[in-house]
Design a protein around this ligand. Sequence first.
Ligand SMILES: C[S@@+](CC[C@H](N)C(=O)[O-])C[C@H]1O[C@@H](n2cnc3c(N)ncnc32)[C@H](O)[C@@H]1O
Ligand code: SF4
Length: 397
Amino acid sequence: MNTKNNNIGLYIHIPFCKSKCLYCDYPSTTNNRIQDKYFEYLLKEIDLYNLEIKQNYINEKYKNTLKISTVFLGGGTPTYVDVKQIDRVFRKLNNLNIEFDPFEITIESNPETLNKEKLHEYYSLGINRLSLGIQTFDNDILKIMNRLYDNEIIERNYYLARRYFSNINFDFILGLPGDNMKVLENNLKLIEKLKPDHVSYYMFDDDHDTPLKRLLEKGKMKLPEYEYIENGFNLIIEELNKMGYKRYEISNWAKEGYECKHNLIYWNNENYHGFGLSAGGHYNNIRYTKTWDFKEYFEKIDNNQIPYDYYNENILLDELTEELFMGLRLIYGISVEKLKNKYGKLYEEFSKNLFQGASDLIEVDERIRMNEKGLDLSKMVFEKILEARETMKGYEG
Ligand SMILES: C[S@@+](CC[C@H](N)C(=O)[O-])C[C@H]1O[C@@H](n2cnc3c(N)ncnc32)[C@H](O)[C@@H]1O
Ligand code: SF4
């Protein structure tokens, strides 16, 4: 199954942080001594990919049109590492066997890591989107969560960044310990004042094994009541809408034209590759993630192996399930024509089963999408997709 769209996104994981936040289980280390080694191996990993392109895709009819269209430098904290490391990565990417001409390059950052010199260098490297991990403007919560800045540093460095970036995102988390209506109202007031181009407001995810989870289990910290989360999220929807942001994904809002093009590749189930520790990829019907373990990462690359942790050749049913999982996160959902063209009878059968279980959560016309209730209860929609999939097992299409 080849896709007609020959644009490819690249995700590059930079697993270094100055300190670890209480709520975070993303793969990153504070051990700076392995930075040089990590980047050396990251470059080798990109070399392995380059070789694969040469061997596998060079004769494909799409070869001449394959193109890297977006790059996302994620973390960890990519703005914490020496800029020379980022520069090395770009030099390598510029030598890929396919066209490297991305129109969107994002770098994730923590506010305290930014300064004029770094910002200037990112700009010179062609990085044109800055994602600022703010989480909250409340200084007490920031301190307790082990974040290394306060709201003054956010404002100062945001205005500094504005001199170099015309596309800035703010990341927030709703529902950390200490969060309440007053904190949220102040966060929204500061969004209105600072006017980022894009806002991600994530619900706190307490599923993962983090220091915060253990403190919560021991009763040493407390999460806000569910009632606040529900009312708070509704307030976010209402206020961001008033400020001119359009909600285009469950947790993402953008001013017109500022949707994150890289993340849209994920949500539209298109093609992207991931390099670095824990990075994921999807290319045609292949889905993979790289190992989360530094030692294994280095060892596999030493053996000229791509450091996969998971690698699966999706059958059509896997692809369709994943496409629904991701595409239904988008407010405007997925084109039914696209699904019919790609999956034919399999989609017809699958959607029949899905509607049986989720007719009050999903709506269809020329697109299939969650309705308002579905967006509120999105976890339930995802469960229904899995149930529908179960009933399809063994279906050959
Ligand atoms: C892994 S961080 C990397 C960016 C940067 N280091 C930072 O801390 O802002 C990416 C985003 O994930 C979100 N995040 C991390 N842990 C989370 C959790 N437990 N629940 C919800 N969102 C989380 C935060 O909003 C964060 O900005
Ligand atoms: S700085 Fe970002 S990636 Fe690092 S521990 Fe904190 S939330 Fe996680």
